[in-house]
Ligand binder design. Sequence first.
Ligand code: PEP
Ligand code: MG
Length: 588
Amino acid sequence: MTSFCIHGVGVSSGIAIGHAHLVSNALLEVVHYQLPQHLINDEIIRFSNAIFTVKQDLGKINSGLRKNAPAELSAFIGTHLMMLEDKSLSEIPKDIIKNERCNAEWAIKLQMDDIVEQFELIEDEYLRERKQDVIQVVERVIKVLLGHPSQLSTEQQTSALNEERKLILVAHDISPADAIQFKQHEFAAFITDVGGITSHTAILARSLNIPSIVALQKARDLIRDGELIIVDGSQGVVIVNPDKNILTEYKLRQEQWELEQQKLQRIKSTKAITLDGTSIDLYANIEVPEDVVAVSASGATGIGLYRTEFLFMNRREMPDEEEQFIAYKTVAEAMKGAVVIIRTLDLGADKQMNPDTVVTCANPALGLRAIRYCLSEPQIFHTQLRALLRASHFGNIKILIPMLSTLSELRQTKLLLERAKISLRKQNIAFNENIALGGMIEIPAAAINADAFAKELDFLSIGTNDLIQYTLAIDRTDDAVAHLYNPLHPSVLKLISMTIKAGEKLGKSVSVCGEMAGDAKLTKLLIGMGLRQLSMHPSHILTVKQQILHSQLSKLSDNARKILSLADIEKIEPLVAKFNAPSDLRLK
Ligand code: PEP
Ligand code: MG
């Protein structure tokens, strides 16, 4: 077995050693697990039911086609239906389940690979391309299997997956909707071929609290299922089939890293105060209510960003008011009176409800997302606002609006919020009448006009992930331009500084809740610029706190002023590195 290295962009630190578990493609999470003999029959029934459901779905689509729909559409569905009738797809996978004692998804995928291989041998190009039909129809079946109510519980899957060895998830690409499902699995690391450092997939990878690397280009092709790999998330390096010496070296480094993490636990309940006595609020970012467990364990003193859109993913129907209310209330109550900033729906761009949604607009990041989407769907927004208001009776909830660019969006939002309040008053439902309303500053237009937003809002929160994307015109999900994505770009720093000043002038709090807040190399700069509130993934809280505990604010303000006066990124970077002297980082 040849040993080799692949380099990518590390998005979550730490070292993992385990066996590769290849994900079949971007849309689907096809895991392979073995079943005990007594579950085999159930699995075959599950498979047959899925085939039946897909046939029904296709039948419905066919009969729902408009009369003037192109004839190819009906023929296309007919082909898929025929394929499902064929023994090779409807029967052989059952034999595979029986013989290999494997799950249905894996069985039909194996069979699909076999059929596709045969198609590949056909000389006629048109016929050869029919393999796409096989892939598409199998994808349909797998999707039904994955979402089927009789699907094996995640606990069963997880224990089957982790029976003997640590698994490292290797994928070409994973949508945020897919990634959120991985929270239920226990992978040791997560690596993908594509993705930018602040793509939502990377953010989720980070929130899994396991080493992760993106932008590895060809990892999915080069690594084989089951191969032993080392993932060094801090360096962005994957080592495939390491030899004995390398393995020993990395085991040692892994131990050291874990030891450092343990040491950090010592400052968990220490207040985040600089050497000259300024207190900094360190809040956590969460995606799902279950994340509050990690928040409590991290020592965060509140939640600075709850991204509610993840509640809307991987499902056909939007969550209703009651379901949303319970989710928000659960978080608010779990935080026992500490601040919980809940952001309204930020769907769109790389965050779609379903991982297989085909985005048709040319520039989804510039399209109908976040507040723009909510204002265009007032009923959906109304439902969420009512749920948030109701939950505000049970804790210290504040509402945060994403992607504001104009004051009129803010004013429309306020009207809708008032309308939601009126409807609750009419029903005598309790809520916090004075609930605070904040806005995300993540579009340059909003940062430049931050004064005006600060006047009409209770607080501001800087979303640096999008602010950098829109200021530098760099798609945050595109690894081809990831090297240009730089938080230290002078224009980005100036926009952040303008927002902080606007908040200071109007006495409104300003925080950063983008990934910059969790990067310990930037902590001194950010607090030197005047930030007193940072919100980040829980796993970053302690490293950031450690920086704060070693900071002399008066010195940092001078340093930040120097940095802000520079127009050249090449001069800024070394200066920031200098302010982070390694001696400051060590725990005493
Ligand atoms: C941001 O843009 O920085 C942010 C916090 O929001 P999101 O990453 O969800 O777009
Ligand atoms: Mg954003």
